[in-house]
Write a protein that binds this ligand. Structure first.
Ligand code: DC
Length: 220
């Protein structure tokens, strides 16, 4: 069973999906972290041109696990959970995520992962391209200012030099790229339930979504 939450950067998808996973005791899957992991791999491979990079994909071993309220990602056995949250990765991830072969790799990984358990996953195109038959689909939104503030808080844990202006600009550019890319752009699925979190407390939005999950799925 799979519940998906799509939405733009910083709309609160990850923290929301994690909290719902904790409360309902199901697994959490962070699809953005997988794109970030491949972007990190591209950086440490010396930023090769994309055709050469795609040839490296069969050699890469990505693994992930949700444990102790954290989504861990490892690349060839190395834990890169924190490294993938830096500005350097954020600046390059949209470009890497725009490549159809990269998307196919990540989609394949996710579809296999969710086969045997109950997951809540967050991303951009999960309800449209990856899991069109998901049991339940949410689409979360919030104003750019609110999203940048949230993202800054998360980033200063790993990168102290970053300012709110930098993050707003990065989010604006990523929104544009994510919405306009040819391959599986960020888009609300027709059957997704829209949740606007601007001005809502975290608890209010979680309770609203859990009520929907309990009413519309067999999870309760
Ligand atoms: O959720 P995030 O900000 O960690 O995601 C990082 C990037 O990955 C984001 O800029 C867009 C991309 N992404 C995507 O293209 N499709 C997804 N399903 C999830 C993320």
């Amino acid at each position: 069973m799979i519940i998906v939450i799509d939405g733009p950067a910083g709309s609160g998808k990850s923290s929301t999906a994690k909290e719902i996973a904790n409360r309902l005791n199901i697994h959490f899957l962070d699809s953005g972290a997988l794109y970030r992991a491949l972007t990190y791999y591209w950086i440490v491979s010396g930023k090769p041109d994309i055709r050469s990079f795609i040839k490296l994909l069969p050699e890469v071993d990505i693994s992930s696990e949700y444990r102790d309220k954290q989504f861990y990602v490892a690349l060839n056995g190395e834990d890169i959970t924190n490294t993938i949250r830096t500005q350097h990765v954020a600046e390059n991830v949209s470009e890497i995520a725009s490549k159809p072969q990269i998307r196919a790799y990540v989609n394949n990984y996710m579809r296999n992962l969710v086969l045997n358990d109950i997951y809540i996953a967050d991303g951009r195109d999960l309800g449209t391209a990856v899991f069109p038959d998901a049991d339940l689909k949410f689409f979360m939104t919030a104003s750019i200012e609110e999203r940048a503030k949230r993202r800054l808080k998360e980033m200063t844990l790993s990168d102290l030099s970053i300012t709110l202006k930098d993050v707003e600009e990065n989010i604006r550019q990523r929104d544009l790229k994510d919405q306009s890319r040819a391959s599986d752009p960020l888009k609300k699925a027709d059957d997704a339930i829209e949740i606007d979190t601007t001005g809502k407390t975290f608890d209010e939005q979680i309770n609203q979504m859990i009520t929907i999950i309990e009413n519309q799925t067999k999870l309760n």
